[in-house]
Design a protein around this ligand. Structure first.
Ligand code: UDP
Length: 301
């Protein structure tokens, strides 16, 4: 997401500063920007005090492990970046008189008891479960962001991001789409967790960036879901990916469902439509093809 957002803002004519501790990110995703005069990169962990010289108009806080296997491996870093990192960047926004947009997540809804999820649903999160480190960090982030808005009149925006995919994901990221594609491309078994009846709704990265761009420019400070409401079961999704790679010899194999894995997930995007005039444009077939081309190249090189 960081590299795609950098591209978008850079192409709109902004001077962009990227900041990342590269815990899960990769410099290769911004290699094409590195020699640009109006792009700078700071290798820094936002959980520590953040110093930036000069003026800032906007801050976009997207720092965090976001793949379940990453935040299970790095629970403390995940909690710190959502809490201390958010506090540091809210402080920076205040000092610079900048507008700040924070990346929240559909995980604030936990294992939801309503489907689809709209922004007024409070969620069903297990605070001490393995996913709690991500979910609660993001819930704290939202609370802290609203507090800065209310107490300091800071210009804040909160996007609740649903499952997003596209080029520049890591092949070994662990999330369903990169896992299934890399398994299918290397003829390994496709690992479906549980019976695969759990659902997700996948949004192509370009649509996500457009929604975020519009939210940042809007004057709306309450959380907004951005995601593609087309819902699919994980088993169907695995089969859809297999169909895209007819030469694959992979078979589907079933593994244990991870603890607290949400059974249903689908965004209600009424608010994004009304407030931002936004709807996703790229359908799954088209988005999956573009992503597959990227992964095929990655495997070749
Ligand atoms: N999943 C799966 N096999 C994998 C990786 C994920 O069946 O190799 C399932 C996972 O249990 C979840 C869904 O796919 O139900 C989406 O998982 P992902 O890690 O992509 O993200 P999540 O939406 O859970 O944050």
């Amino acid at each position: 997401m960081g590299s795609h957002l950098s591209d978008r803002f850079f192409n709109e004519g902004y001077h962009v500063i990227g900041m990342d501790n590269l815990l899960t990110g990769s410099l290769s995703n911004i290699a094409h920007l590195m020699s640009e005069k109006y792009f700078e990169f700071y290798h820094h962990d936002v959980s520590k005090f953040v110093h930036v010289t000069g003026e800032l108009d906007y801050i976009l806080h997207f720092a965090s492990p976001a793949s379940p296997i990453d935040y299970l491996k790095m629970p403390i870093q995940t909690l710190k970046v959502g809490s201390l990192g958010t506090h540091n960047l809210l402080g920076l926004a205040r000092q610079k008189n900048a507008r700040i947009l924070v990346a929240s997540t559909s995980e604030v809804y936990g294992d939801p008891e309503v489907n689809p999820q709209n922004e007024d649903y409070w969620g069903n999160v297990n605070p001490i479960g393995p996913r709690g480190v991500y979910d609660e960090a993001k819930r704290f982030q939202e609370a802290m962001t609203m507090a800065y808005h209310n107490v300091h009149n800071l210009e804040t925006r909160i996007v609740r991001i649903f499952n997003t995919y596209g080029p520049r994901m890591r092949l070994n990221d662990g999330r369903a789409l990169p896992a299934f594609m890399s398994q299918a491309l290397t003829n390994e078994d496709i690992t479906v967790f549980g019976d695969g009846s759990q659902t997700r709704s996948f949004c192509f990265v370009d649509d996500m960036v457009e929604g975020i761009f519009r939210l940042l420019q809007s004057d709306y400070y309450l959380p907004v879901n951005i995601g593609n409401p087309e819902e699919i079961s994980i088993l169907e999704f695995a089969n859809e990916i297999l169909k895209l790679i007819p030469e694959s010899k992979s078979k589907i194999t079933f593994k244990d469902l991870p603890a607290d894995d949400p059974k249903l997930r689908r965004p209600d995007i009424t608010r994004a439509k009304e407030v931002l005039g936004w709807t996703p444009k790229v359908d799954r077939t088209e988005g999956l093809r573009m992503t597959l081309d990227y992964f095929k190249n990655q495997i070749k090189n």
